[in-house]
Design a protein. Sequence first.
Length: 202
Amino acid sequence: MVQTARSPRSAAKREAILDAAQGLFLEAGYAAAGMDTMAARAGVSKATIYAHFKGKDELFAAVMQRRCEASYAFQAPDGGLDARSALTVIAQRLTALMMSPEALALYRVVVAEAFRAPDLARAFYETGPAQGKANIAAVLKALERKGELAVPDPARATDQFIGMLRAECYHRILLGLPAGRDLTATIADTVDTMLKTYGARE
Protein backbone atom coordinates (compact mmCIF):
# COMPACT_ATOMS: atom_id res chain seq x y z
CA MET A 1 0.00 0.00 0.00
CA VAL A 2 1.38 3.40 -0.96
CA GLN A 3 1.25 5.79 1.96
CA THR A 4 0.98 9.51 1.42
CA ALA A 5 3.07 11.91 3.47
CA ARG A 6 1.35 13.17 6.61
CA SER A 7 1.84 16.44 8.40
CA PRO A 8 3.38 16.16 11.89
CA ARG A 9 0.04 17.10 13.41
CA SER A 10 -1.85 14.50 11.37
CA ALA A 11 0.75 11.84 12.18
CA ALA A 12 0.51 12.66 15.89
CA LYS A 13 -3.27 12.32 15.81
CA ARG A 14 -2.98 8.98 14.03
CA GLU A 15 -0.58 7.69 16.68
CA ALA A 16 -2.89 8.90 19.44
CA ILE A 17 -5.80 7.08 17.79
CA LEU A 18 -3.76 3.87 17.51
CA ASP A 19 -2.66 4.13 21.14
CA ALA A 20 -6.24 4.61 22.30
CA ALA A 21 -7.55 1.81 20.08
CA GLN A 22 -4.93 -0.70 21.19
CA GLY A 23 -5.61 0.01 24.86
CA LEU A 24 -9.35 -0.28 24.40
CA PHE A 25 -9.14 -3.48 22.35
CA LEU A 26 -7.08 -5.07 25.10
CA GLU A 27 -9.37 -3.88 27.89
CA ALA A 28 -12.83 -4.34 26.37
CA GLY A 29 -12.36 -6.73 23.45
CA TYR A 30 -13.10 -5.93 19.84
CA ALA A 31 -16.90 -5.93 19.87
CA ALA A 32 -17.22 -3.72 22.95
CA ALA A 33 -14.57 -1.23 21.84
CA GLY A 34 -16.64 1.78 20.82
CA MET A 35 -15.45 4.49 18.46
CA ASP A 36 -16.83 7.21 20.75
CA THR A 37 -14.68 5.94 23.60
CA MET A 38 -11.63 5.69 21.34
CA ALA A 39 -12.16 9.27 20.18
CA ALA A 40 -12.43 10.51 23.77
CA ARG A 41 -9.28 8.67 24.82
CA ALA A 42 -7.35 9.91 21.81
CA GLY A 43 -8.55 13.47 22.29
CA VAL A 44 -10.00 13.70 18.77
CA SER A 45 -13.44 13.68 17.20
CA LYS A 46 -14.98 10.51 15.81
CA ALA A 47 -14.87 12.18 12.39
CA THR A 48 -11.11 12.45 12.75
CA ILE A 49 -10.85 8.72 13.36
CA TYR A 50 -12.82 8.02 10.18
CA ALA A 51 -10.62 10.45 8.28
CA HIS A 52 -7.70 8.13 9.07
CA PHE A 53 -9.42 4.73 9.09
CA LYS A 54 -12.46 3.43 7.20
CA GLY A 55 -13.71 1.42 10.15
CA LYS A 56 -12.83 -0.65 13.19
CA ASP A 57 -11.44 -3.56 11.15
CA GLU A 58 -8.97 -1.28 9.38
CA LEU A 59 -8.08 0.34 12.69
CA PHE A 60 -7.35 -3.03 14.30
CA ALA A 61 -5.21 -4.01 11.29
CA ALA A 62 -3.25 -0.78 11.68
CA VAL A 63 -2.68 -1.53 15.37
CA MET A 64 -1.32 -4.95 14.42
CA GLN A 65 0.86 -3.59 11.62
CA ARG A 66 2.39 -0.98 13.92
CA ARG A 67 3.18 -3.64 16.52
CA CYS A 68 4.86 -5.83 13.91
CA GLU A 69 6.90 -2.98 12.44
CA ALA A 70 8.12 -1.97 15.89
CA SER A 71 8.82 -5.49 17.09
CA TYR A 72 12.42 -6.59 17.43
CA ALA A 73 11.22 -10.14 16.75
CA PHE A 74 10.62 -9.38 13.09
CA GLN A 75 14.08 -8.01 12.39
CA ALA A 76 16.58 -10.33 10.70
CA PRO A 77 19.48 -11.34 12.97
CA ASP A 78 23.06 -10.33 12.22
CA GLY A 79 23.98 -11.78 8.84
CA GLY A 80 27.35 -12.88 10.21
CA LEU A 81 25.82 -15.42 12.59
CA ASP A 82 26.02 -19.13 11.84
CA ALA A 83 22.82 -21.17 11.44
CA ARG A 84 22.61 -22.29 15.08
CA SER A 85 23.13 -18.79 16.44
CA ALA A 86 20.73 -17.18 13.95
CA LEU A 87 17.96 -19.71 14.62
CA THR A 88 18.45 -19.35 18.38
CA VAL A 89 18.14 -15.56 18.17
CA ILE A 90 14.96 -15.81 16.09
CA ALA A 91 13.50 -18.41 18.46
CA GLN A 92 14.24 -16.29 21.54
CA ARG A 93 12.70 -13.18 20.02
CA LEU A 94 9.67 -15.02 18.71
CA THR A 95 8.84 -16.82 21.94
CA ALA A 96 9.24 -13.57 23.88
CA LEU A 97 6.80 -11.88 21.50
CA MET A 98 4.24 -14.70 21.29
CA MET A 99 4.13 -15.23 25.03
CA SER A 100 4.06 -11.60 26.09
CA PRO A 101 0.85 -10.64 27.95
CA GLU A 102 -0.07 -8.05 25.32
CA ALA A 103 0.33 -10.43 22.36
CA LEU A 104 -1.65 -13.14 24.14
CA ALA A 105 -4.43 -10.64 24.93
CA LEU A 106 -4.65 -9.50 21.30
CA TYR A 107 -4.72 -13.11 20.11
CA ARG A 108 -7.58 -13.90 22.49
CA VAL A 109 -9.49 -10.87 21.15
CA VAL A 110 -9.14 -12.11 17.57
CA VAL A 111 -10.09 -15.71 18.38
CA ALA A 112 -13.20 -14.51 20.22
CA GLU A 113 -14.30 -12.44 17.20
CA ALA A 114 -13.01 -14.55 14.30
CA PHE A 115 -16.26 -16.20 13.23
CA ARG A 116 -18.32 -13.06 13.65
CA ALA A 117 -15.76 -10.81 11.97
CA PRO A 118 -13.71 -12.80 9.42
CA ASP A 119 -12.19 -9.59 8.03
CA LEU A 120 -10.71 -8.91 11.45
CA ALA A 121 -9.20 -12.40 11.60
CA ARG A 122 -7.78 -11.97 8.10
CA ALA A 123 -6.27 -8.59 8.95
CA PHE A 124 -4.67 -10.03 12.09
CA TYR A 125 -3.20 -12.97 10.21
CA GLU A 126 -1.87 -10.96 7.27
CA THR A 127 -0.25 -8.23 9.36
CA GLY A 128 0.99 -10.54 12.12
CA PRO A 129 1.66 -14.27 11.63
CA ALA A 130 1.93 -14.15 7.82
CA GLN A 131 4.45 -11.31 7.89
CA GLY A 132 6.44 -12.98 10.64
CA LYS A 133 6.54 -16.26 8.71
CA ALA A 134 7.69 -14.49 5.55
CA ASN A 135 10.55 -12.86 7.46
CA ILE A 136 11.68 -16.15 9.00
CA ALA A 137 11.51 -17.90 5.62
CA ALA A 138 13.72 -15.15 4.20
CA VAL A 139 16.32 -15.81 6.92
CA LEU A 140 16.25 -19.54 6.11
CA LYS A 141 16.84 -18.74 2.43
CA ALA A 142 19.75 -16.47 3.36
CA LEU A 143 21.31 -19.24 5.47
CA GLU A 144 20.90 -21.61 2.54
CA ARG A 145 22.70 -19.18 0.23
CA LYS A 146 25.57 -19.15 2.76
CA GLY A 147 25.70 -22.94 2.52
CA GLU A 148 24.67 -23.50 6.15
CA LEU A 149 21.21 -24.96 5.52
CA ALA A 150 19.51 -26.98 2.79
CA VAL A 151 15.84 -25.95 2.83
CA PRO A 152 13.82 -27.10 -0.19
CA ASP A 153 10.61 -25.48 1.10
CA PRO A 154 11.32 -22.49 3.39
CA ALA A 155 7.62 -21.83 4.06
CA ARG A 156 7.07 -25.39 5.27
CA ALA A 157 10.27 -25.33 7.33
CA THR A 158 9.11 -22.05 8.92
CA ASP A 159 5.79 -23.62 9.92
CA GLN A 160 7.64 -26.52 11.49
CA PHE A 161 9.98 -24.16 13.35
CA ILE A 162 7.13 -22.07 14.78
CA GLY A 163 5.09 -25.18 15.58
CA MET A 164 7.90 -26.62 17.68
CA LEU A 165 8.35 -23.34 19.53
CA ARG A 166 4.65 -23.00 20.32
CA ALA A 167 4.13 -26.60 21.36
CA GLU A 168 2.98 -27.29 24.91
CA CYS A 169 4.40 -24.17 26.59
CA TYR A 170 2.47 -21.71 24.43
CA HIS A 171 -0.87 -23.48 24.79
CA ARG A 172 -0.54 -23.68 28.55
CA ILE A 173 0.37 -19.99 28.84
CA LEU A 174 -2.47 -19.06 26.48
CA LEU A 175 -4.86 -20.78 28.87
CA GLY A 176 -3.38 -18.99 31.87
CA LEU A 177 -1.53 -22.07 33.15
CA PRO A 178 2.15 -22.39 34.12
CA ALA A 179 4.38 -23.06 31.11
CA GLY A 180 5.13 -26.57 32.36
CA ARG A 181 8.53 -26.65 30.66
CA ASP A 182 11.59 -24.46 30.52
CA LEU A 183 11.35 -22.27 27.41
CA THR A 184 15.14 -22.32 27.09
CA ALA A 185 15.00 -26.10 26.67
CA THR A 186 12.18 -25.78 24.12
CA ILE A 187 14.25 -23.32 22.09
CA ALA A 188 17.36 -25.51 22.23
CA ASP A 189 15.43 -28.63 21.17
CA THR A 190 13.76 -26.73 18.32
CA VAL A 191 17.07 -25.43 16.97
CA ASP A 192 18.67 -28.88 17.27
CA THR A 193 15.81 -30.46 15.32
CA MET A 194 15.99 -27.79 12.59
CA LEU A 195 19.72 -28.34 12.18
CA LYS A 196 19.38 -32.13 12.10
CA THR A 197 16.66 -31.83 9.46
CA TYR A 198 17.94 -28.98 7.33
CA GLY A 199 21.64 -28.68 8.12
CA ALA A 200 23.69 -28.63 4.93
CA ARG A 201 25.39 -31.92 4.12
CA GLU A 202 28.77 -32.10 2.46
